[in-house]
Design a protein around this ligand. Structure first.
Ligand SMILES: Cc1cc2nc3c(=O)[nH]c(=O)nc-3n(C[C@H](O)[C@H](O)[C@H](O)COP(=O)(O)OP(=O)(O)OC[C@H]3O[C@@H](n4cnc5c(N)ncnc54)[C@H](O)[C@@H]3O)c2cc1C
Length: 425
């Protein structure tokens, strides 16, 4: 059971915003490492994050050496956190994150103002909704993201349609097919504008295996329907349009960090990731705040976020003990190529590089082969040969940048630019 009564105290050592895999693992690790007063604030009635409504298997190998369903995994994370002594406050939403570690929190008992020595921002991601995708046509019922579909089916036992079209071919799009199968919903098609499936092979075989026609180089142009969706108009690469009869649309993927607290508050937000700007410790532009898990960038798996949460806890604990390198001087990591989608961290605090993230995490906009080049004021100083594809993780060891104490002194508050030189395909 998670605690529903908000404590009367106003001062905490660490407040974690978001009770998903990243936030729960960070809080659990902090308690295990001896930090006294750690709470998790979760806006939903139950903690566990996205896995709570991913009813399929595929979670837990890294963390528990067992293959679990999403709900089993979420329950296990909550149990571990409670066992470690973390106080989890559900139905509790952080509505404002301000300077000096001050949060405004909407609890069941009303709005409260609290303070923390450190705050971990672990609010995850969401899929891009219809409005932000600028899809024209009518506004009938039956248009939703995978997350909404999953919570309807697994948490509320409701079936919003029988024959939807699935838009997108990211990993989560296949999760949408599995969710449909669980509820005996039969998708009429899966479409994507790209000429290839975004998720790794053999996912591309899955729609055919379960009888869902896959249409690549096909985009959704218009939605038709008065009360409920009755059809969609799609267009292929030659510009030919046709109508597909359906009673629903599942808009999958195109993830964006749930970073509205940062955007409406004082934290610097990176336009490339959509998440907060962080250094190699996940430390934000206000050094009281650290970020971890998918709010850092779209999108990683639960296991990856869980591990990030654990690592972030160690850096926060060190920071509380005054052992973390300062955030006053840093090297910015800039993107100088339209092919590179984002890089995390966006800056590296100096001079201590002995701890912190091991890698720069990059994503690319398109399939490409070529050379990633690191450049500073003196010219190109490091190159990596890469073959990249959209939504595939690319890790570049920070140690490859050869940042020595000497470099820091010369390049304090300087920028490293990342460029990409494409080879012919
Ligand atoms: C629809 C969907 C399906 C997915 N399927 C899979 C899958 O099958 N396998 C996989 O590995 N990954 C999947 N993912 C990726 C998923 O994001 C990660 O698995 C994992 O949940 C990330 O953990 P997290 O802790 O960073 O974020 P989340 O799990 O998203 O947790 C963030 C938590 O923060 C809470 N929160 C947000 N804002 C506030 C606020 N202001 N105040 C209080 N609480 C707040 C949210 O309610 C949420 O519980 C999926 C993602 C989506 C969107």
């Amino acid at each position: 059971m998670t605690d529903q009564n908000f404590p009367s105290t106003e001062q905490f050592d660490v407040v974690v915003i978001g009770g998903g895999p990243a936030g729960l693992s960070a809080a659990t690790q902090l308690k295990r490492q001896g930090v006294a007063n750690v709470i998790v604030l979760e806006r939903e009635p139950d903690a566990g994050g996205i896995p709570r409504h991913c009813g399929h298997f595929g979670f837990g190998m890294r963390e528990f050496k067992r293959i679990l369903t999403g709900p089993q995994y979420a329950a296990k994370l909550v149990k571990e956190a409670l066992r470690a002594g973390v106080a989890i406050h559900t139905s509790t939403t952080v509505v404002e994150a301000n300077e000096h570690g001050t949060l405004r929190v909407a609890t069941k008992q009303g709005v409260r103002k609290i303070n923390a020595r450190r705050i971990i921002y672990a609010t995850g991601i969401r899929e891009t909704p219809r409005s932000a995708r600028l899809i024209s046509g009518c506004r009938p019922l039956g248009v939703m993201n995978t997350g909404a579909l999953q919570s309807m089916i697994y948490l509320k036992n409701r079936k919003p349609f029988k024959h939807p079209v699935i838009v997108g071919t990211e990993l989560v799009s296949f999760s949408a097919i599995m969710t449909c199968r669980h509820a005996n919903i039969k998708p009429v098609a899966m479409i994507d504008e790209l000429p290839h499936v975004t998720a790794r092979w053999p996912s591309s075989l899955f729609p055919r295996l379960v009888g869902v026609p896959l249409h690549l180089e096909t985009r959704l142009v218009r939605i038709i329907g008065e009360k409920q969706v009755s059809a969609v108009v799609v267009e292929n690469a030659e510009g030919q349009r046709r109508e597909l009869k359906c009673d629903g649309i599942i808009l999958t993927g195109k993830f964006t960090p749930e970073a509205s607290l940062g955007r409406s508050g004082h934290l610097a937000v990176d336009p490339a990731t959509g998440g907060p700007v962080v250094d190699q410790y996940g430390r934000c532009s206000d050094p009281v705040y650290f970020a971890t898990g998918n709010v850092l960038r779209p999108v990683e798996t639960a296991g990856w976020c869980w591990n990030e949460g654990r690592q972030t806890a160690s850096w926060v604990k060190d920071d509380l003990a005054g052992k973390l390198s300062g955030s006053e001087a840093h090297l910015r990591i800039g993107i100088k190529s339209p092919v590179i989608k984002y890089v995390v961290p966006q800056q590296i605090s100096v001079p201590d590089l002995s701890t912190g993230m091991e890698n720069l995490q990059l994503r690319f906009m398109q399939r490409a082969r070529g050379e990633l080049i690191a450049r500073n004021a003196s010219g190109d100083f490091m190159k990596w040969q890469l073959r990249v594809a959209p939504e595939r993780r690319v890790l570049i060891p920070i140690s490859d940048l050869g940042l020595t104490a000497q470099t820091h002194i010369q390049n304090n508050n300087d920028e490293i630019e990342l460029c990409f030189k494409q080879s012919p395909q």
